[in-house]
Design a protein around this ligand. Structure first.
Ligand code: ATR
Length: 283
């Protein structure tokens, strides 16, 4: 068993994961002695690798695509936000030896919106694009901030209606097609579709963003995503991508594991500066 507390992120692909870098920066900043590695783990090897990691004394694990649902199944107990998200991105061994599953994605998004960008959710009309796993992970933490309502729009409208139904006991939430958004107005539009991964844009109509409204893409890339470009065309007050959410969800996991809150601001600034440098080089 290693003397240094071991943490890891499992996923496939995993080569470009920024998590080891982020956690290393957190550890240096808070003077925590720990090691965090990235491990390529395909879905069919997950159970085996998970058992092996914790058997060897591993303290905590992050799980990313395509493992979040499997991590949810593997967790022996779950937080409420993970339970409803049906996805787990953070696992840790409790004092009683049981493995706890949490989902820090939604709280990471809320912290980035409110604390880093001053975008308050209270009494706001929020539109979420997409009704897959990414949407499911953020709904409860957003509802807990008491927005006026959440609308979920999806190409396959039945999925949006079903998802809204699952959360309707937690606040004002409804499902919609993209076409039915016409004529409505939202203070905040969150892109939780996987469209950005192929530089595509959900079928959005113009005019649905309120004056002074903001847009946020849960995905991040070295260049502005198709949705961020659309947001700029709509003259959004803020057109953001998910780099800050990535750092904030990591900070929440770090806090669960180490009981210490890292300062995320210098880490976000560093990753943004690196991204800008990369853009300059590739132009
Ligand atoms: P994730 O876990 O990333 O959310 P997912 O569960 O496969 O992935 O969900 C992908 C979501 O992105 C779905 O809501 C999907 O819409 P459909 O359910 O109608 O397929 C949405 N999506 C993917 N590509 C899209 C595109 N080009 N335009 C609009 N929505 C898209």
């Amino acid at each position: 068993m290693s003397e240094i507390d071991q943490y890891a992120v499992f996923g496939s692909p995993i080569k470009h994961s920024k998590s080891p870098r982020i956690h290393q920066l957190f550890a240096e900043q808070t003077q925590q002695v720990m090691q965090y590695t990235a491990q390529l783990v395909p879905a069919d090897k997950f159970d085996l690798e998970l058992k092996d990691f914790f058997a060897k004394g591993g303290r905590g694990l992050n799980c990313t695509v395509p493992l979040k649902e499997l991590a949810w199944e593997a967790a022996e107990i779950r937080t409420e936000r993970a339970e409803l998200a049906k996805a787990v991105n953070t696992l840790l061994v409790q004092e009683d030896g049981r493995i706890l599953g949490d989902n820090t994605d939604g709280i990471g998004l809320v912290t980035d919106l409110q604390d880093n960008h001053g975008i308050e959710l209270k009494q706001k009309w929020v539109l979420i694009l997409g009704a897959g796993g990414a949407s499911r992970g953020i709904i409860l933490p957003i509802l807990e901030e008491s927005p006026a309502s959440i609308t979920i729009a999806n190409r396959t409208v039945e999925k949006a209606l079903t998802l809204a139904d699952e959360f309707s006991h937690k606040g004002a939430i409804s499902g919609s097609s993209y076409a039915d958004l016409a004529g409505q107005n939202f203070d905040l539009i969150l892109n939780a579709t996987s469209a950005s991964l192929s530089d595509e844009l959900p079928p959005l109509v113009s005019g649905i963003l309120a004056e002074q409204g903001s847009c946020y893409d849960l995905a991040y890339a070295n260049k502005p995503t198709a949705f961020v470009r659309w947001a700029r065309e709509q003259q959004a007050s803020k057109s953001l991508d998910g780099l800050g959410m990535l750092v904030e969800q990591a900070a929440e996991a770090f806090y669960l594991w180490r009981n210490v809150r890292p300062d995320t601001t210098p880490v976000i600034q560093m990753l943004e500066a690196e991204r800008n440098n990369r853009q300059r080089v590739s132009v």
